[in-house]
Design a protein. Structure first.
Length: 112
């Protein structure tokens, strides 16, 4: 059974490296959620490829643009609480993977 992941900060330097690892071993990992601060185009491209159940964008003003770029069936979460939400609800991952700075990630990890 594959390890299920939520990936906070998927469009950053470390996040894109994590996506590369996931691509290299698709039988080992299943991504249930991804999130980024503002990178709509890259986040949408990752969502099309990885097919998570949820995609989160911290900048809520970009939620509509993100939703338009996604295929049907992917839930869009937006705002500061969105990163916390993808670490555990509703598709609870076996491994939340946070690739953003520790300060940014504290709230997300504390509630997940």
């Amino acid at each position: 059974m594959p390890t299920t992941l939520s990936l906070v900060g998927s469009t950053g330097s470390i996040g894109t490296q994590a996506v590369d690892v996931i691509r290299a071993a698709p039988d080992r990992y299943r991504v249930v959620a991804i999130g980024a601060h503002r990178s709509v185009k890259e986040l949408a491209a990752q969502a099309v490829e990885l097919r998570p159940q949820q995609v989160a964008i911290a900048d809520s003003s970009l939620a509509g643009q993100l939703a338009e770029a996604l295929p049907p069936g992917i839930e869009v979460l937006a705002g500061p609480e969105a990163m916390a939400a993808i670490t555990g609800r509703p598709a609870k991952p076996t491994t939340p993977l946070t690739t953003v700075s520790a300060v940014s990630a504290m709230a997300a990890m504390a509630s997940g």
